[in-house]
Design a protein around this ligand. Structure first.
Ligand SMILES: Cc1ncc(COP(=O)(O)O)c(C=O)c1O
Length: 402
């Protein structure tokens, strides 16, 4: 039976027994199995993939491609060709903005994002719209950071070519009504890109049920290594894609005057890939598959969130960003401010007590500007956090505000 995250699976907590790690939204801690998988590759299997015709290289290729199949199954892709390995969410979205955006989005077309986006999912579209003469439209938010969908039909129109949205914000800790937005995008025939960076560690992903064309995430936020991420591109997009980078591995033939490309996923995987990291990602996927019951994980994380929100609501000078009730019911992170205190000072104060939270704009400046906030403090949870972690944070904040 799946039991969920076991804290003892994560060696960082035995290396640092006092650590209160509440920054998993930035990067998650790694279970021993992920660390072992990377070490094993370097110790037993280190060789290039897709090139060597000797046993070691063939085994490395086999393991590498096995992870592609694991990832495809993990997110319920239709075929392994839909899985492209990239460095992370940022690289995935930039890749789409070049591979798809530059050729498919023309002057007069519209791209739609939301005011909740991380810079990784708005700056590439600001740039793409600027270069192509397209218009970028933003779905607005209210004062609590909830998306306003009243004018959705006017924002997503027949001119909309792409709707790119996060399905879990890295600042506002409550769920996003993405189903309605995707449905509207489908109605007008727009392509849909979902930024799943903050979603995949907490909820089961089924790209076919979501009905997206592109789904992107980073390995390091779901217990995997840094330097590896996934770009899922639905087969129907493949004939529309142009190479983003050119060079080794993605080439079919080259002459002195030109080159032809291989098909997906090689088309978007130029150069030697991050082999060890891909193998580490495979171990993270296995961890989720074997250990994690998603309903139990959500229940556990929401209970921790509730404990945190209830504690914060008792502190006079503290203000939660977003709707506390929705965060308690659905969240895995809480952003907040403290009167007359810069979030960096809050974070530095807590750091002295081994409590790690994030402070700043969290790469979401349009969102902070809209809410009239210079910066926020953010505590983000993962399945290995405990009620004691939450109590330690609350105790630190109580001390700070008194
Ligand atoms: C919602 C969201 N999108 C994109 C990113 C960028 O991810 P990465 O830095 O791993 O490329 C992040 C990282 O915090 C994020 O939270």
């Amino acid at each position: 039976m799946k039991k969920g995250f076991k804290r003892s699976d994560f060696p960082i907590f035995s290396t640092h027994p006092q650590l209160v790690y509440l920054d998993s939204g930035a990067t998650a801690q790694k279970p021993q199995s992920v660390i072992d998988a990377e070490i094993k590759y370097y110790k037993e299997l280190c060789a290039p993939v897709h090139r060597g015709i000797y046993a070691l290289a063939e085994r490395a290729t086999e393991q590498f491609e096995q992870v592609r199949a694991q990832v495809a199954e993990f997110i319920n892709a239709e075929s392994v060709d839909e899985i492209v390995f990239v460095r992370g969410t940022t690289e995935a979205i930039n890749t789409i903005s070049y591979a798809f955006g530059l050729s498919q989005i023309q002057a007069g077309d519209e791209i739609v994002v939301t005011m909740l986006e991380h810079h990784a999912n708005c700056v590439p579209w600001i740039e793409c719209a600027r270069k192509n003469g397209a218009t970028l439209n933003w779905i607005p938010i209210d004062d609590q950071g909830a998306l306003i969908l009243d004018d959705l039909e006017k924002i997503i129109t027949n001119k909309t070519k792409l709707v790119a949205l996060t399905i879990a914000s890295n600042v506002i800790g409550s769920t996003i009504p993405f189903e309605r937005i995707i449905a509207r995008a489908k109605e007008v025939g727009a392509y849909v890109l979902l930024d799943g960076a903050q979603y995949i560690a907490h909820q089961k992903v089924d790209v076919r049920a979501l009905g997206c064309d592109f789904f992107v995430f980073s390995g390091h936020k779901m217990l995997g290594p840094t330097g590896i991420g996934v770009l899922y591109a639905n087969k129907r997009t493949h004939s529309l894609l142009q190479p983003f980078q050119t060079g080794g591995s993605m080439i079919s033939s080259v002459t002195t005057s030109g080159a032809t490309w291989r098909e997906m996923p090689a088309l978007l995987e130029a150069g030697t890939p991050a082999i060890a990291q891909v193998i580490g990602l495979g171990a993270a996927v296995e961890y989720y598959k074997n250990e994690v019951d998603y309903a139990g994980l959500a229940e556990y994380e929401h209970a921790l969130c509730k404990q945190l929100v209830e504690g914060l609501l008792l502190l006079k000078k503290v203000h939660i960003v977003g709707d506390p009730n929705r965060i308690m019911q659905t969240g895995h992170l809480v952003s907040f401010t403290v009167d007359d205190m810069h979030p960096h000072d809050i974070s530095a104060y807590l750091a002295e007590k081994n409590i790690c939270i994030r402070a700043g704009r969290h790469c979401a400046q349009p969102l902070h500007d809209r809410l009239g906030l210079d910066a926020t403090a953010r505590a983000s949870l993962c399945g290995y956090n405990t009620s004691e972690d939450i109590e330690a944070l609350l105790a630190g904040l109580r001390e700070l505000v008194s």
